[in-house]
Write a protein that binds this ligand. Sequence first.
Ligand code: DLL
Length: 439
Amino acid sequence: MIYNPKMECMERSEMRALQSERLRKTVKTCYEKVPFYKRKMDELGITPDDIKSVDDVTKLPFTTKYDLRDEYPFGLQAVPMSEIKRIHASSGTTGKPVVGTYTQNDLDMWAECVARVLAVGDVGPGDVVQVSYGYGLFTGGLGAHDGVAKLGAVQLPTSAGNSEKQIMLMQDLGTTALCCTPSYGLHLAEVVEKHKVPAENLKLRVGFFGAEPWTWGIRRELEAKLHIKAIDIYGLTEMCGPGVGGECLYQDGTHVWEDMFLPEIVDPETLEPVAPGEVGELVITSLCKEAMPILRYRTRDLTSLIYEPCKCGRTAVRMGKVLGRSDDMLIIRGVNVFPSQIETVLTEFPAFTPQYFITVDRKGNEDTFDLDVELREEFFSPNPGKQMPFIKPLYDRLVSLTGIKPNIHIQPPHTIERSTGKAKHVNDKRDFRNWMEGK
Ligand code: DLL
């Protein structure tokens, strides 16, 4: 189902006109109400009058995570506190969290964003939607929750964790749609497998997975094990939370709700726009946000944009799968490696589970690259000789793809730590040492 056909399927020239109008308004608000943006625009020698259409977006200053940190907590807010109805925050890896504040209108728009994604899976009255994203400051839980309400479906706010109980409730209460991180979805699928839950006990039809990058291999695993269609939902606290965009049933890119968010792709080094379809860093300007409008936010997410209309009928631009974050990229022995590349390779080998953990360190002048992986129960043996036939092809494939030689360690099934939220796949001990030295 298409929740808002007018906005999701709008003809491009009409969409550009709408975006231009909303951009002008956003820029004016930023200039007049947020001293940070006035300062930034003054530095660039521009005023709101210079922004006439979406084509002028490149004249505007970027906003980065560092700006948000410097302006913590409310420096980017454009309305008085009396108009704020909710505060969320995302846990940054270091220091202060990123804070997002919302007016009632912001909350309503956000709920619509999520509703548009859930509607892809025909979620509506009578559907029981198990929201297994964490509830709390994280935007996943309450964001999905409000989207479910917008569609008149049943909210089942289990939050993340307590997996055995999640599976019990899923069966007893007849959950038809699941919302959680893909890594937690995988873990829930393992619990289903462990308890040999018969397929007919599950009414699950569709899952909405996001908050971290995930590959096609993980999708296949989720779809096969939970008997669902696995839909990607994208978002970030700085824009609202989940629902900046979502996939349709063709699973051929994430539709970004362009009436509310203006996406661009830039080269992360030069910050110049890249050609359509090319990979670069996603930059987003909010077009409807009241409490904290954001100009050209550098998401750090590496992806591409496809403007061709989709088979589903939506014209909303499609974003490719997030390949990784520019700040997640590992440089091992001079080679750029993204954890998602490792994941893609791993899921090509059915004897392995998709669980993995990368440890990078430095011995002498040489980087070390250790990869912990798990064999599925039926293939596992503690005998190293019996592990070799599995390690060799994985090793060869990784070397041919990345050019670096990993030390692969096979761990017993179910021993690599599962996460209930965003999975942690990397321990870069080199960073830690740099950090210690800097202290
Ligand atoms: O993760 C919001 C969210 C919640 C999205 C639930 C989807 C579902 P943050 O904690 O601020 O917000 O983290 C935002 O997570 O910049 C991406 O790097 C990553 N991310 C979010 N969704 C996806 C996705 C929430 N579908 C950061 N694919 C973003 C890949 C994603 N990465």
